[in-house]
Design a protein around this ligand. Structure first.
Ligand SMILES: NC(=O)c1ccc[n+]([C@@H]2O[C@H](COP(=O)([O-])OP(=O)(O)OC[C@H]3O[C@@H](n4cnc5c(N)ncnc54)[C@H](O)[C@@H]3O)[C@@H](O)[C@H]2O)c1
Length: 294
């Protein structure tokens, strides 16, 4: 059975490694933080400060490195440093290994950052020495280990059909829906869109919460009713077709009209304003006008 190396043994890395251990796999945790390594070793886990592939048969190397933001950019410095060390370890190996990006990264990272860094530092090319895949993590920090063991959605992407198949065999026993993509950027965008969608919903209800406060109403019974009345909430496929603005009578009327209601209360509703603006631009493009998207 192929060993699984977890590179970056923080919240996601330890949940991932523990999940694979629980499923009977051989797991080695890699980290640069000596205290993390000691904590893992004190639990009897195999934890190392570097990746050694010299005597290692073909393995899975899972990148769960940090990718924090600095303002409006992702800081990929730690992620890149970890990837460089994987490339250097690959140079010493006679086997081919699957390098899996599990961190949340901007679309394009696996092919435009990881792959070139691995090539440069290993002296090898994809398909000979390594293949690259994307398998984003959807777990929630509060229930990380449980979420890893029981995923409801697993996304696997790689240009290599054999790599998709091997990752599928590795992850399928955990259950849930598995979706395969041939372009890693698709998986990377799925993870970003997943988080942004959740964030947008939360901001929507916070904006509504400000409206209820202004009106002296309780948000909870209102939000809980809309959560079960609005098709956008009930039907997961509602509203997800790109390039299709909303139309008809009700949605344009009530989004525009409510902006006036908010104005009369002296309340700013930046999200609702943006909803109308995006729709206006889409309607213009759909009518054959210039797609004003920049
Ligand atoms: N925390 C979550 O709930 C969650 C959920 C889904 C996805 N993610 C994503 O997973 C990734 C990891 O997040 P996290 O919360 O586990 O981060 P974390 O900070 O908890 O863990 C990252 C670990 O990587 C180690 N590290 C840093 N540089 C290294 C290097 N060069 N080599 C080896 N190890 C190195 C750090 O010491 C740390 O232990 C991020 O991209 C994050 O966005 C996080």
């Amino acid at each position: 059975m192929a060993r699984i190396f977890v590179v970056g043994s923080g919240v996601v890395g330890t949940a991932t490694g523990r999940g694979f251990l629980h499923a009977g796999h051989k797991v080695t945790f890699i980290d640069v933080d000596e205290r993390r390594l000691e904590a893992l070793r004190s639990e009897g886990l195999d934890a190392q400060d570097g990746l050694d592939l010299r005597a290692e048969p073909s393995s899975f190397i899972i990148l769960t490195l940090p990718t924090p933001n600095v303002g409006h950019t992702y800081d990929l410095s730690a992620f890149e440093a970890g990837t460089v060390s994987v490339g250097q370890a690959l140079r010493e190996s006679y086997e081919s290994h699957v390098v899996v990006v599990r961190s949340t990264v901007p679309p394009g990272t696996a092919e435009q950052v990881v792959q070139p860094l691995l090539e440069m530092n290993s002296g090898k090319v994809p398909g000979e020495g390594f293949t690259v895949a994307s398998n984003p993590e959807f777990l929630r920090a509060a229930s990380a280990v449980e979420d890893f063991r029981h995923p409801w959605m697993t996304v696997v992407a790689s240009r290599s059909a054999r790599t998709r198949e091997r990752l599928g065999e590795l992850l399928q026993p955990f259950g849930g829906d598995i979706r395969y993509f041939s372009n890693p950027a698709e998986a990377e965008l799925i993870k970003c869109a997943h988080n942004i969608y959740n964030a947008t919903k939360i901001s929507f209800w916070n904006e509504m919460w400000l409206v209820t406060k202004e009106l002296g109403l309780e948000l909870d019974p209102i939000a809980q009713t809309v959560a079960r009345s609005a098709e956008g909430s009930l039907n997961p496929l509602y509203g997800i077709r790109g390039g299709t603005p909303y139309g008809g009578v009700c949605l344009p009327k009530d989004t525009q009209g409510f902006l006036g209601v908010a104005d009369s209360m002296g309340l700013r509703m930046p999200l609702l304003k943006a909803v109308v603006e995006v729709n206006d631009r889409m309607a213009q493009a759909a009518a054959g006008g210039p797609a004003d998207v920049r």
